[in-house]
Design a protein around this ligand. Sequence first.
Ligand SMILES: *Cc1c(COP(=O)(O)O)cnc(C)c1O
Length: 237
Amino acid sequence: MSIKDRIHHVQQTIAQATSRAGRQSGTVNVIGVTKYVSVARTVEAVEAGVLHIGENRWQTAKDKWDYIHEHTGAGQATPTWHFIGTLQRNKVKDIVGKFQYIHSLDRLSLASAIQEQAEKLDVTVKCFIQVNVSGEQSKQGMSAAEVSLFLEQLQQYPRLLPIGLMTMAPFELEKEETRLVFRQLRELRDELIAKGNGKCTVTELSMGMSNDYEIAIEEGATFVRLGTVLIGTEEDE
Ligand SMILES: *Cc1c(COP(=O)(O)O)cnc(C)c1O
């Protein structure tokens, strides 16, 4: 399937899931995850209209970022970049200033490093707090119970804008268990908003990948992160 056909297929699937859930159309942002593919395929995706690009390591993102920034002319849309992988403090300097969104904020020491670099470059960074809803050992993220205090502590880092929550559902779960993970993230966001007296900025939900994005959308996802189904893998090139 060409990227154009893939985009069409994903858009239809999203429209159906959105409508099943009684949500308004156009409320789901699609991030094309390009970590499996080449610079050429990434450029093809951007030219076909993928406006959000997700990468999980600077090492695999660098050539794509550089190429797109060197070759995008005036008047052409540049994509918005999302960092979706585990982030080490010593990699923060590679990411801040290039990626507008970080989906994997999960500790204060990381927030402090992002603040420092963002101040240096005079930018702000939109952040999702990564939550390990399922409690699975291998998954990154803080527990749901820790998020409220973490948000208060983040106020000392004004260069970070906490805009939402992010989670990954364990891969091997049954559909209805996956749904529960996503639902819990939505309920956590709703609680934070209710407690925030109109001040809570955490409104977005980054959840859903190729194998579970329909469920995530039914449960309220506002950003889905799609690699295999939308962009493809090495085998599709
Ligand atoms: C790789 C990755 C994705 C995309 O995975 P697919 O299953 O190929 O859609 C989404 N989110 C994160 C955090 C990832 O690392």
